[in-house]
Design a protein around this ligand. Structure first.
Ligand code: HEM
Length: 445
């Protein structure tokens, strides 16, 4: 028997008006937290939903994995597929995490790092040779997609471009109404999904043939061989390709968003670059082979780490993630029944501190101030990569990509913003400057 106070709620009955407000108002969750507290319930289109923010409530949720399971909106669930680890729970989820996690081990990252460095070098050459405005958002998206498709999955350029066309059709419908009416975005996305799975099957088959023939391999797919499911049986290809599709979904927009927001922050704040440059100029490029997997991490580049943390605090690439309760539980003293979808509101949490100590008062959480992460007690609970049993599988790769891009570019390229562009962020699917972050670039002499 769990006991706690009753859950405060918005009183929404059908959830239609709440759903409209949710779609239109970026401060939807924030306003309700201010009125109702850190754990409250509402209804969105007939679905009862509990929103939580702050370290205490989120900590309570993540500490009780046996009382929750993963949850995604129906459109995402169908497009990812029933075999995807994102849609699995318990032993089936754990087994697939173990298999896919091999693609992100330290040994795997050591293998990927030189290729990522080469991509950063290629982009640097392109930028310093450019004579007109360059849209950095597009370049960051291209880079983030190439890291997964080429560096991790081992695709050549032609196969990668073919995959990208279907991938864009598929992603457009991820958060749409899941109605497969002929010609609708969702129906087109389902068809694109089948083609994507077919292409990924071929990628797997080619990797296997090369391994059997003793030919050199590109990518990391050989690391998956011998992967076992929860019954100890080898994962079949139909299963594996759904996990690979998940990687494209999970690792592309998110990483591209954090890179674009990082460059935007550096370009918008005149005091930031000199502060950061003091550290960047002392870092080795390319990183040495021994440090390939951990290059430029917080131990050697604390300022860069603080900037990345601050970018993700104010503009988390994933604004929130979900769980469904399978048993009643108590979150920050509030009773949440079984069968509720819980949304962990990361964006709202990141601008909220559990208890403002006297020492922290006056520290404005709306302000971009990376130095706060270098102070002893910033009082924040930041979980841009989620937490607990479903914590982001690609965290180490994403962090490495971001550090390599930041150091490789900012050491060698000087940027200036093209005037008269909209630098506000569009928030869906992940934060990104509206006009594509147009810059002029030249060599930093
Ligand atoms: C800055 C970049 C990224 C951010 C902010 C991010 C954030 C997240 C978040 C918040 C979750 C949900 C965690 C939860 O439910 O507790 C997640 C899950 C996941 N992420 Fe990432 N991610 C990023 C990049 C990547 C990359 C590069 C990959 C792989 C190529 C990846 C693969 C995954 C996978 C497979 C899951 C599902 C884990 C599970 O359900 O067990 N992510 N990520």
């Amino acid at each position: 028997m769990v006991s706690g106070h009753p859950l405060p709620g918005t009183g929404a009955v059908t959830g239609v008006l709440e759903a409209l407000a949710f779609l239109r108002d970026a401060n939807f969750a924030q306003q309700r937290f201010e009125q109702l507290g850190n754990v409250y319930k509402t209804r969105l289109l007939g679905q009862s939903m509990v929103f939580v923010r702050g370290g205490v409530a989120i900590g309570d949720l993540l500490a009780q994995p046996d009382a929750t399971e993963g949850w995604w909106p129906e459109s995402v669930r169908q497009l990812l597929g029933s075999r995807s680890l994102a849609n699995r729970n318990g032993a089936a989820h754990k087994a697939r995490r173990r298999v896919v996690g091999q693609l992100f081990s330290a040994a795997a990252l050591r293998r990927y790092s030189p290729e990522i460095v080469a991509m950063v070098d290629e982009l640097t050459s392109e930028l310093v040779g450019s004579t007109g405005p360059v849209p950095l958002v597009e370049r960051m998206r291209r880079f983030a997609f190439a890291v997964i498709a080429t560096v991790v999955l081992g695709l050549d350029a032609a196969s990668r471009d073919a995959l990208f066309v279907d991938f864009e059709i598929w992603t457009r419908a991820l958060f749409s109404l899941p109605l497969a009416i002929p010609g609708s975005p969702f129906a087109r996305a389902l068809a694109a999904r089948n083609r994507l799975l077919g292409q990924l099957q071929q990628v797997l088959a080619q990797a296997r043939q090369r391994a059997e023939a003793g030919l050199p391999l590109s990518g990391g797919l050989d690391l998956l061989s011998g992967g076992l499911d929860e019954a100890g049986l080898p994962l079949d290809d139909d299963d594996l390709v759904e996990q690979l599709l998940l990687l494209l979904f999970a690792g592309y927009e998110t990483t591209a968003s954090s890179l674009s927001c990082l460059l935007l922050a550096v370009l918008q704040d005149p005091a930031l670059m000199p502060w950061l440059q003091g550290e960047l100029d002392g870092l080795s490029w390319p990183p040495t082979a021994e440090l390939a997997a951990t290059a430029h991490d917080a131990a050697v580049a604390p300022r860069l780490n603080a900037v990345v943390q601050e970018v993700m605090r104010l503009n988390p690439p994933v604004g929130g993630f979900f769980r469904r309760t399978t048993r009643p539980l108590v979150l920050e003293g509030r009773q949440v029944p079984a069968g509720c979808v819980v949304q962990v509101a990361l964006a709202a949490s990141n601008r909220y501190r559990v208890a403002d100590s006297a020492q922290l008062q006056g520290d404005d959480l709306e302000q971009f101030r990376p130095q706060r992460h270098l102070e002893a007690h910033d009082g924040l609970t930041l979980l841009p990569f989620g937490g607990g049993e479903r914590v982001c599988l690609g965290k180490a790769l994403a962090e490495l990509e971001i550090r390599l891009m930041a150091v490789g570019l900012l050491q060698r390229v000087r940027f200036s913003l093209v005037p008269d562009q909209d630098l506000c962020l569009q928030l869906i699917p992940s934060p990104s400057p509206r006009d594509g972050l147009l810059v002029m670039a030249d060599h930093r002499g």
